[in-house]
Structures are given as C-alpha cells and as structure tokens.
Ligand binder design. Structure first.
Ligand code: ZN
Ligand code: ZN
Ligand code: ZN
Length: 139
C-alpha cells in the first residue's frame, strides 16, 4: 500500500473525508514526534491560511485522530492519538512532558495518569498532567 493510500485509510477509519489539506496535515503530524502548535503548522504550510489549518485540526480532534494538549504555555499543541481513540471518544489519559529548555512538548502514551480521588462533592471532567523538565535532546 502506498503511503498516501495508508493516510487515506487512516482518515476514512476516523470518518474523515480525505482532502489534500488533511493528508498533508496528517503526514506532518506523523513526521513529528512532538506535539505541534497551529503556528508550527502555519509556518510550514505557507500556502494555507490559519483558519483552514485550524478547522482541519478541529475535525481531527472531533473524530479521535488528534488530541489537544494544554502544556501551560497558553498555546494549544496537537498530537496524534493512539488507536484507542475514535470518533467522539478520546482515551488519552497519558502524561505530557514539556521541556523547559527547548519548549518542545512530548506525548508519553505509555505513562498513564495515576488514579486519584478528589475531595467529596468535587467532580472532574478531565485531568491534564504536564511534567516540566529537560528532554533527552537537551540533556
Ligand atoms: Zn485521543
Ligand atoms: Zn528540550
Ligand atoms: Zn498526548
């Protein structure tokens, strides 16, 4: 199967109609081990406008292909999901790591967020765990 064909399959599995733009964004995300921001994508896709890129990411997020990460920088980052995610359903309770030196944000899918209890009468919607430190590239 060609790479393009595989990317198309991946989109179709998540009920996303493959378009040239969506294939490009998916390929970009696959090529990057780290989470990327809208600005990263925009910088590398000069021919497209921010709204189109944003809509593409939003569609991916709604359909369980990428998750957004709040790493505390105030700029949302996006990364590909595992196979556990599907249309309208995310299962990304893993730790994220933000490097204080280079500013990169990593997904650590093998490290899940530990279970904990909240005080009575607090109810949680989502849990976000970002570890800050120095990444292997900056060591
Ligand atoms: Zn997900
Ligand atoms: Zn680093
Ligand atoms: Zn992640």
């Amino acid at each position: 199967m060609s790479v393009i064909k595989e990317l198309e399959e991946n989109l179709l599995q998540h009920k996303i109609k493959p378009t040239a733009m969506r294939l490009l964004v998916l390929e970009y995300l696959l090529d990057h081990e780290i989470a990327v921001s809208l600005t990263d994508l925009y910088r590398d896709f000069v021919k497209s406008d921010r709204t189109t890129i944003y809509r593409t990411l939003k569609a991916f997020e709604d359909n369980g292909l990428v998750h957004s990460i709040d790493d505390g920088t105030g700029v949302p980052k996006y990364a590909l999901c595992s196979d556990a995610c599907d249309v309208g359903k995310h299962d990304d309770a893993h730790i994220h790591f933000h490097c204080d030196k280079c500013g990169k944000t990593y997904c650590l899918p093998k490290f899940s967020i530990p279970h904990f209890e909240l005080p009575e009468s607090f109810s949680k919607n989502e849990v976000n765990l970002v570890v800050k430190g120095i990444c292997p590239d900056c060591k």
